[in-house]
Design a protein. Sequence first.
Length: 226
Amino acid sequence: MAYNHMFLLSSLVVLAALHGIHAVEYVVTNNAENSTGGVRFNNDIGIEYSRQTLVSATEFIWRLFQQNTPADRKDVQRVTLIIENTDGIAYAENDEIHVNANYIKEYSGDLKGEFTGVLYHEMTHIWQWNGNGQTPGGLIEGIADFVRLKANYIPSHWVQPGQGDRWDQGYDVTARFLDYCNSLRNGFVAELNKKMRSGYSADFFVELLRNNVDQLWTDYKAKYGN
Ligand SMILES: *[C@@H]1O[C@H](CO)[C@@H](O)[C@H](O)[C@H]1NC(C)=O
């Protein structure tokens, strides 16, 4: 009995240690707390909601990308979200997500929904593979917005399906196109992301969908009468 207890205890310690190695830590900092945008962040969004959203976005992305074990994922131990007065909307760099407090201040509409969508987009940049820097920027941004699309945080200003000029235009245009590709083969975007772990080739589209990307774009445009 004592032996069993010892065994159970040591198993728990090992489990805790394993969990500790792989658990991601999330830190949220409001560096703009004395400005109008920072105050609005505290009132309408808050540190705790942000932290929970970082957790749920990560779980959503791992599931969507079919990254079921730590070996499938990027080795990231800590993700930091920083609210600060800067330019633009948001960006991700060095496992940090920066959101502009001025954008929060100016935003009219469903601020919490918009903020959540922005976090899903930026969190995708934390976890997605970039083909060792070879993946076109438009595809990188398109995958981040594809995640936002699948999580159903779609801003009203987005293009409709079938709109846009080029498959690699980025953001909403590429996200809608990737959604079409994903409808041809369920899990396409997950498999494309896996292939980009070590490099990038336009042939990935041919390998997964038996068509080159320009033909796929033509078919996509035709489907929506363009
Ligand atoms: C906000 O103002 C308070 C009081 O002056 C100060 O202690 C605090 O450091 C300020 N916060 C930031 C992020 O600058």
